[in-house]
Design a protein around this ligand. Structure first.
Ligand SMILES: Cc1ncc(COP(=O)(O)O)c(C=O)c1O
Length: 365
């Protein structure tokens, strides 16, 4: 199975239900489109619409980071932000550290860019093992480390403040960039953790994020704050994309400014918490021993199954039954995590979803 085939929708998600917040977002974007006059004949500035950057900066301030709009560049999603960050910092053949298990999209980027990968173990609860990273730095000349400090995929782990500070110290001592993937940062229902930027005194963190996971994947709207590499990153955005769509940015900026986003997010976080609980309750009834993470944010949890279970084989059997899972092996380059899988709780609970999940243990023989 290829990494690009990985997704974890289970049957029963109702694609036709549109939450009220999304209806409001769509209205904001429609209004922005109607207001557009001669803009369609011009490109936006490469860094993106100042009003949207200002709104993103205001939200960053709530998470311990006094960002300026000038420090931000709008992108077409977090994947593009990660791509721009790696392009700005690395040359072909350079070594990049990633957490394992970690996001397969980063592994694909590293492969595409001809970069070498060093995997650093990550705890399912507390994320990147910074002590292990420190040891790895003794042996490898590492250019950058890609990390998700808040609600990492696939585990939902979050790093402690102590680990975050230690990571920044190492970046400064070893002259490297930390690429922060914060795509799930705002999803937390107990706390919304500060960004890694909040403790980035040497300006070594490149912050990457988007609205894909908390609002809409279809907006294709993200951002990047490149720290000391920011000017290069804006130039790379210019050469690779020229500009972002202005009316979409303005519509989203209005949705932020009139409180629509904050209200939507409050409801969405509650919904996620409820869906996580429903999933954990159901897993508690499985007749096999498992270990599941219980994250307080993000959209998925990580399941460790008995050693003998091969989740790639399970993927194929489950697919025949109409159940789609994300096998653990996709989250590493080194064939680890073959008895693990990621399960999503991003979608509203349905009877069909519950029944599909109850069929899984029977397919593990
Ligand atoms: C951890 C992580 N980072 C980045 C991305 C890419 O996000 P976007 O849709 O904003 O490009 C994803 C999408 O699955 C993700 O899970």
């Amino acid at each position: 199975m290829s990494r690009s085939a990985a997704f974890d929708l289970l049957p029963g998600s109702d694609k036709n239900e549109v939450p009220a917040g999304i209806v409001q977002l769509n209205r904001s974007i429609s209004r922005a489109l109607r207001r557009q006059r001669g803009d369609f004949q011009y490109y936006d500035e490469p860094a993106g619409d100042p009003s949207l950057r200002q709104q993103i900066a205001l939200r960053a301030a709530k998470r311990g980071w006094q960002a300026e709009a000038d420090e931000l560049c709008i992108t077409s999603g977090c994947q593009q932000s990660l791509f721009l960050a790696l392009m700005a910092v690395c040359q072909k053949g350079d070594v990049v550290a990633v957490e394992a298990p970690g996001f397969y999209g980063v592994l694909q980027l590293l492969e595409q860019l001809g970069l070498q990968v060093v995997e650093i173990p990550a705890s399912a609860e507390t994320g990147l093992d910074v002590g292990a990273f420190e040891q790895t730095l003794q042996r490898w000349d590492i250019k950058a480390c890609v990390v998700s400090p808040s609600f990492a995929t696939p585990t939902g782990a979050s790093m402690s403040l102590h680990s975050r500070v230690h990571l920044i110290e190492l970046a400064e001592r070893h002259d490297l960039a930390i690429i922060e993937d914060d795509i799930y940062g705002e999803s937390g229902w107990l706390v919304v953790p500060d960004t890694l930027k909040a403790v980035d005194h040497p300006n070594r963190v490149i912050h990457c994020s988007s609205l894909s996971k908390v609002l809409s994947r279809d907006l294709r709207l993200g951002w990047i704050s490149g720290g000391r590499w920011h000017d290069d990153i804006v130039r790379l955005k210019l050469t690779s994309q020229l500009a972002s769509s202005r009316f979409i940015q303005r519509g989203v900026a209005d949705f932020f400014a009139d409180g629509g986003y904050a209200a939507y997010l409050r409801r969405y976080r509650q919904q996620l918490q409820c869906q996580r609980d429903q999933l954990l309750d159901l897993l508690g009834t499985w007749p096999i021993p498992i270990r599941a993470t219980s994250p307080a944010g993000g959209l998925a949890l990580w399941l460790e199954l008995p050693e003998h279970v091969d989740t790639i084989k399970l993927y194929n059997r489950a697919l025949d039954e109409g159940v789609v899972i994300t096998p653990g092996e996709l989250f590493s380059m080194s064939g680890k995590f073959s008895n693990c899988l990621r399960l999503s709780f991003a979608h509203p609970w349905t009877r069909a979803r519950a029944e599909a999940l109850m069929r899984l243990p029977g397919l593990m023989a």
